[in-house]
Design a protein around this ligand. Structure first.
Ligand code: NAP
Length: 293
C-alpha cells in the first residue's frame, strides 16, 4: 500500500481565506507584534516568515527587536506596553529568548486575550475545556489535519459509543504534544501519550488509528511503529545531511517506510508547518474578536 499524502497547503489556504474574509469585516486591520529578544538566527528567520504570512492576508506586523542583551525587565516592560496598546491585537514572544530571561514568566505577562501563541496558562486552560480559541497553533494544525483525514472524531457522547479511535501522540511538550492530545480527547479519541519515559513505544504506536509524532528526532518512528492503514501526522522538523552530504529537512517519521504502511501521511516539509502558520493568523482573528474588534 502507498499512503495518500495529507498535505497542509489546501487546509492552510482555506484558513487564510477565512482570515481574509474576517479582516474585510473589521473597521481596522488587526496587528501582530512579535518580540525578538535574542540573536538566534532561527528565531529571526521565523519572524520573517511570520511577517510574510501576515502581509499576505492583511495583518499588520511589527517586530520589536530587543537583541541578545535583553533582560527580564526589558522584555516584560515591552510586553506591558504592547498589552496596553489598543492598536496591537496579538503578541508573540519568539523562541528562544536571551540567556537569563525566563520565557515562562514572559509568556504569563502577555494579556491572555492577545496571546496568539496560546502559551498563557489561561489559554492552555481553554484547551482543557475543549476550546480551540487561542490554542497553541501547532496543536490546532494537528487537529485540522486529523479532521481533514476523515478519522472518526465525535462531537456528541451518544454518537461515539464504542466507536472512538485509538490515538498515539509521541512527545508531550506543552505547545504540541499535550494540547494535541487534549483537543483529540475532546472528540472521544482514546489517547496514549508517549514520551522519553515510555518503555515500549512500538507496543503503543502500533495500536493507533491516528499516530501523531512531535519529538524532534529524525528516524524515531519507523515503518514497524505504524499500524497498517493508520493516519500519520509527522510534526517533527529536523535538518539532516543526506548520503551526498546535502542538508535536507525531514520529520521524525521514516517517511519511505511509513508511506508503505499508513493510509495517509503528512509530508515534511509540506504538511503540519503550513497549517501551523495559518493557525497563527486565525488566532490573531480570534484575539481580535475576544477584544471586541
Ligand atoms: P520539545 O518541546 O523539545 O518536545 C519534544 C518532546 O518529545 C518532549 O515531550 C520529549 O520528552 C519527547 N521526547 C524526547 N525524546 C523522545 C523519545 N525518544 N521518545 C518519545 N518522546 C521523546 O519539542 P516541540 O516543541 O514539541 O516540537 C517537537 C518537534 O516538532 C520538533 O522537531 C519541532 O521542530 C517540531 N515542530 C514543528 C512545528 C510545525 O509547524 N511543523 C511546530 C512546532 C514544533 P521530554 O521532554 O520528557 O524529554
Amino acid at each position: 500500500m502507498s499512503a495518500r499524502l495529507l498535505e497542509g497547503a489546501p487546509i492552510a489556504d482555506r484558513i487564510k481565506d477565512d482570515v481574509k474574509a474576517a479582516i474585510a469585516e473589521m473597521a481596522t486591520p488587526p496587528k501582530l507584534a512579535a518580540i525578538l529578544a535574542t540573536d538566534n538566527k532561527g528565531a529571526a528567520f521565523y519572524a520573517k516568515a511570520q511577517k510574510k504570512a501576515c502581509e499576505e492576508v492583511g495583518i499588520a506586523y511589527e517586530l520589536v527587536e530587543l537583541g541578545a542583551e535583553a533582560d527580564q525587565a526589558t522584555v516584560e516592560g515591552n510586553i506591558g506596553q504592547l498589552n496596553a496598546d489598543a492598536n496591537v491585537t496579538g503578541i508573540i514572544l519568539l523562541m528562544p529568548v536571551a540567556e537569563g530571561v525566563d520565557s515562562r514568566a514572559c509568556q504569563r505577562a502577555i494579556d491572555p486575550d492577545k496571546d496568539v501563541d496560546g502559551v498563557h496558562p489561561a489559554n492552555l486552560g481553554r484547551v482543557v475545556q475543549g476550546s480551540t480559541t487561542l490554542a497553541p497553533c501547532t496543536a490546532q494544525a494537528v487537529f485540522e489535519l486529523a479532521k481533514a483525514s476523515g478519522v472518526a472524531l465525535f462531537d456528541e457522547p451518544m454518537q461515539c459509543v464504542g466507536k472512538g479511535i485509538e490515538v498515539c501522540v509521541v512527545g508531550h511538550s506543552e505547545i504540541v504534544g499535550k494540547p494535541s492530545a487534549l483537543l483529540l480527547l475532546d472528540k472521544f479519541c482514546t489517547i496514549t501519550v508517549c514520551h522519553i519515559g515510555t518503555r515500549d513505544l512500538k507496543a503503543h504506536s502500533t495500536k493507533a488509528d491516528l499516530l501523531v509524532v512531535a519529538v524532534g528526532k529524525a528516524g524515531l518512528v519507523k515503518g514497524e511503529h505504524v499500524k497498517p492503514g493508520a493516519v500519520v501526522i509527522d510534526v517533527g522538523i529536523n535538518r539532516i545531511k543526506d548520503d551526498e552530504g546535502k542538508t535536507k529537512t525531514v520529520g521524525d517519521v521514516v517517511f519511505d517506510e511509513a508511506v508503505e504502511i499508513a493510509s495517509q501521511i503528512t509530508p515534511v516539509p509540506g504538511g503540519v508547518g503550513a497549517v501551523t502558520t495559518a493557525m497563527l493568523l486565525k488566532n490573531v482573528i480570534d484575539a481580535a474578536r475576544l477584544q471586541g474588534k
